[in-house]
Design a protein around this ligand. Structure first.
Ligand SMILES: [Zn+2]
Length: 345
């Protein structure tokens, strides 16, 4: 879709009815994903009249190309982020769409809106990002988790090379953090992970980082400190312990999603005395293209399923996928599908 088409759709998106809700302009598609007509690439959308697509995933009839066209390999291919905002509220207009709570059902794919765990799904156009030419779909599939890491990376900056870093958790997020730190030249990194399988798997990244169990971390001598803790576990007791490992000027970066009722305690005096900082990371506001750039730069050296502990499954193998995740033999399960698209899609 070229920029002219995009502007046409965008202009239609700005029209509002008397209730203040957006609705398609003349010639655009329906509000519930039933296009009133359109170009050939959208034929399968029309065939799925019961789908839950939002109207802005559809297109202006007569457009040369279509926003929901199935991506082909090469520069026309797209990858998708599940989260965006309404683009109309103050938070969105400030560039902080991760806090948007308006119309979440329309643009949060896989959470409030159908998507994932299926061969096909429709996503809003604004959730799509064009892949650089030559990028594999496997690497592109890691765009979204890496984009969240990029947001955390920017919050943690500046992080001079030579800083001492502790990463809690060696799931795919912890592994991406390890890869990104190594890519940027950081060598004084320790990763703590309770599952032995994940500790072993992390060595495949070839970073040379120290990998320890939580018990080994607790056995560190007094005075062992770090400049940055990146929590990728969401496990409050681990976060509480790591807070005490921050040296002067240190930063605790909360990346893992803790249970809503989990709590940790802080000492305001220690925070004052050592100028400690606590920052939290919520999703990926406008960092997707940065993540794609990083994937290009990091390449097969880091962005590799085997090295990151990612394993693919068929949808019918979902039980095995969950079991392997629980065992810790993999860092992430990903489903690979061979979807058949109707002609013209
Ligand atoms: Zn919003």
């Amino acid at each position: 879709m070229d920029s002219g088409d995009s502007e046409s759709v965008h202009a239609a998106a700005q029209r509002s009815d008397s209730r203040g809700s957006p609705r398609p302009g003349a010639g655009a598609s329906c509000e519930r994903g039933v296009p009133q007509g359109g170009c050939r690439p959208c034929s399968w959308t029309r065939a799925r009249a019961s789908c839950s697509c939002a109207w802005w995933t559809c297109h202006v009839p007569g457009a040369r190309t279509c926003s929901c066209r199935w991506p082909s390999r090469g520069s026309a291919a797209r990858t998708c982020t599940p989260c965006r905002g309404c683009d109309r509220c103050g938070l969105c207009q400030d560039g902080r769409y991760q806090f948007c709570e308006v119309d979440a059902a329309a643009h949060s794919v896989g959470m409030w809106r159908d998507g994932g765990w299926a061969e096909l799904c429709l996503v809003p156009e604004k959730n799509l990002h064009r892949l650089p030419a030559g990028m594999s779909l496997r690497q592109a599939s890691l765009m979204e988790p890496l984009s969240c890491v990029v947001h955390g990376w920017e919050l943690a900056a500046p992080l001079p090379v030579g800083s001492r870093v502790l990463v809690l958790g060696a799931g795919v997020i912890g592994n991406l953090w390890a890869a990104l730190l190594h890519h940027h030249g950081h060598r004084q990194v320790t990763v703590s992970e309770p599952l032995e399988g994940r500790r072993r798997a992390l060595h495949k990244l070839g970073t040379g980082y120290e990998v320890v169990s939580p018990a080994e971390l607790r056995a560190k001598p007094a005075g062992w400190t770090v400049d940055l803790v990146v929590d990728c576990s969401g496990h409050a007791p681990a976060v509480q312990h790591a807070l005490g490992l921050l040296g002067p000027g240190g930063t605790l970066l909360l990346f893992g999603v803790a249970p809503p009722r989990a709590v940790i305690s802080i000492s305001p005096y220690d925070m004052y005395k050592n100028e400690l900082k606590i920052k939290a990371v919520n999703r990926n506001p406008f960092t997707c293209n940065k993540a794609l750039g990083l994937i290009e730069a990091m390449g097969d050296r880091y962005i590799d399923f085997e090295k990151l502990g990612v394993k693919t499954f068929r949808l019918t193998e979902y039980k095995s996928a969950i079991e392997e995740l629980a065992k810790g033999s993999i860092s992430k399960a990903m489903f690979e599908v061979d979807a058949e698209f109707p002609k013209g899609a």
